[in-house]
Design a protein around this ligand. Structure first.
Ligand SMILES: O=C(O)CCC(=O)C(=O)O
Ligand SMILES: [Fe+2]
Length: 313
């Protein structure tokens, strides 16, 4: 069995932030904690009560209804871009099923996905995925804002927002056939995007590879969200932030459901290290690159070192 690891746990609930003025010392400390978590582990937990428990619960009811649809219906979700089309019964990860919805925080995108799955309409499903993805996007932006502030480059944050889009990924991991088995639910990878916010039901299974190569279980606290640094953020930060390699291992008797808001540069956007993050101590590590070209490269090679090979200096 994998070891356990202490993952930083940050409270950015309204109560915890009450009285902390933006730009105050306390706020700066919190921003630095976010950055340190990204540097040390590349993964951390967040308490964020702007996403109420009731919305999480509705989300997991909605997810069950979605995955319970006939295969034929689920297979209608097709998109030529990677990581979007419905994936089910894949021989490499037979217990995993997923969908990726582009721009789910825009109402039209949530509506189009809902109408495809339920041509007769399902307003409550639409409202739930739209509400959840929008709020997870807000959280994603807040984390990025804190990272910009901790590097003292908040003036660049607005252009980051302008150049950012997202995929909302919706996932189910079926219980393996025998309760004693544990099986790979999702193979080891780093996320390719900038930063991912994950929300899972009570079934654990996420694991990370520590910097010394061991696999460790990530025990996500009840109702917490998990933030994961991806390749685009690692490159942008000149290698200062760590893209955590992770996987999902499933065991036990309950299906695992999760969803993730993956923020990423828009199609035409270039990932480029800001001048402020390059100095004698931190020489430039990555050349500027177009994000969608990097994804095409990764999909063609599927190499663990894709970022280093593609953009490393
Ligand atoms: O299901 C999870 O908790 C993690 C999913 C994940 O790592 C991914 O989709 O990239
Ligand atoms: Fe991932």
């Amino acid at each position: 069995m994998a070891a356990k690891v202490e993952i930083p746990f940050l409270d950015i609930s309204e109560e915890a932030l009450a009285g902390i003025e933006v730009k105050s010392e306390k706020w700066k400390e919190l921003c630095n904690e976010v950055r340190e978590a990204c540097e040390t582990h590349g993964i951390f937990f967040l308490v964020y009560d702007k996403i109420p428990t009731s919305l999480r619960e509705e989300m997991f009811v909605a997810l069950k209804a979605l995955f319970d649809l006939p295969e034929e219906t689920k297979n209608k979700h097709v998109n030529p871009k990677p990581y979007r089309s419905y994936l089910g019964n894949c021989p490499v990860i037979p217990f995993h099923e997923s969908f990726g919805v582009d721009d789910a925080p825009t109402l039209d995108a949530s509506q189009a996905f809902t109408n495809l799955m339920w041509p007769e309409g399902n307003p409550s499903f639409c409202e739930t995925i739209h509400g959840m993805s929008s709020k997870m996007q807000e959280l994603n932006f807040l984390v990025m804002k804190m990272i910009y502030e901790s590097f003292d480059i908040e003036k660049l944050y607005d252009s980051f927002v302008e150049e950012t889009t997202s995929i909302f990924r919706i996932m189910k991991y079926k219980v393996p056939p025998s309760a004693t088995d544990s099986s790979i639910g999702l193979v080891a990878h780093t996320d390719k995007n900038a930063i991912t916010i994950l929300c899972q039901n009570e079934v654990q299974g996420l694991e990370i590879q520590t910097k010394n190569g061991d696999w460790a279980q990530v025990m996500v606290p009840e109702n917490a969200f998990t933030a994961v640094v991806g390749d685009a953020l690692k490159a942008w930060s000149n290698g200062r932030l760590h893209a955590a390699r992770h996987r999902v291992v499933i065991s036990g008797e309950k299906d695992r459901y999760s969803c993730g808001l993956f923020s990423m540069p828009k199609e035409e956007a270039v990932v480029e290290v800001p001048d402020e993050l390059v100095d004698m101590e931190h020489p430039l590590q990555y050349r500027p690159f177009n994000y969608s070209d990097y994804i095409s490269y990764f999909v063609s090679k599927l190499s663990d070192d894709a970022l280093e090979i593609y953009a490393g200096i």
